[in-house]
Ligand binder design. Sequence first.
Ligand code: TRP
Ligand code: SF4
Length: 398
Amino acid sequence: MPRILSGMRPTGRLHLGHYHGVLKNWVDLQSQNQCYFFVADWHALTTHYEEPGAMDAHVWDMLVDWLASGVDPEQATLFIQSRVPQHAELHLLLSMVTPLGWLLRVPSFKDQQQKLKDRDLATYGFLGYPLLQSADILMYRATGVPVGEDQVPHVELTREVARRFNHIFGRDPAFEEKAEGAVRRLGKKFAKQFSQGRSDWLQNGAAISRENALFAIESSANLSAEDRERLAGYLDGGGREILPEPEALLTPAAKMPGLDGQKMSKSYNNTIQMRDDPERVSAKLMSMPTDPARQRRHDPGDPNKCPVWDLHKVYTDGEVRQSLEQGCRRAEIGCVDCKKPLLASILEEQATLRERAEPFEKNPRLVREVIEHGCERARAAAEETLIEVRAAVGTLYS
Ligand code: TRP
Ligand code: SF4
């Protein structure tokens, strides 16, 4: 089975944007893949180290929402990052071979410093946080990492770090010797082009240098097929694959609109929580703004100018939607008539979520047990990888 890993910072109770944008996708993945889903509590500390008191409640509240969404601990392994201290060891060992420049140029480093101006993010931990994420991913030899667009550079970094790690620690002297023989057979000019290109690719991740090296292989006149293949392998590391390179599985940008037409987000204060009270949801929906042109009941409206309509696009299917659209445009229905079926759909969805959450809300021990079990499984998988990693870097003692 393909291995999938994803993590989420503990932000407390989740909203419907998380459910539609992330969690439903996790649920879809869990039956066909070996899934690891974890609470990235150390990641939260890299930016929110001044608020440690909030962590405990945030972690458990978020986990109940995961379970409410249908993430199934029988199928997926759920755990808390800090309860698997192997993540710290792998992060440390990866840090030995990660050039400072790679971290400094990760876009989120400067972006977040700009965005979170009220925090001091000129810290070692914050600079290293994408590498901690690399450790999270490589630890479970994940093949796929479901992430939003903003996280893709972190998966890209992970690939480069894995490649470099394998290059440095996965050396096979016998293979290298043969490969170097093939390099010499390229002829002086192409041998130089290949070697420079290869080292710039492996040391610095420069894709253009890889192209140059490939070009040298193709251009060299009389190279055997065997040598060609050998050089192609040598170009991409050539060593043993200790840590496989993961692929980002881009989660389509969450189209989930909030109460004001902007993307649903805690920071815009426009959310409906997954387990909101029905009365609160009703009040929120009924006070939502609509097409400003519909001052009175008999004013025709344009659904495209109405944030309620954006929610209908998520919750209401074709036929009903069409008749509502017509009703709005022809002023045959009022906005309350339009909001009612939407409210009903949301409440129905939330009833299912609440039902799944109920046993865990009633008995918080149950969540602890799920996590205890998940952490054990995660530690066992992590330890397997770490034994190989320790052996490769020389810290597995006899
Ligand atoms: N950095 C991610 C975020 O802020 C969370 C995360 C940590 C993660 N480690 C991960 C996501 C590994 C995917 C894979 O949202
Ligand atoms: Fe919006 Fe519906 Fe009112 Fe039209 S009828 S403005 S779509 S709430």
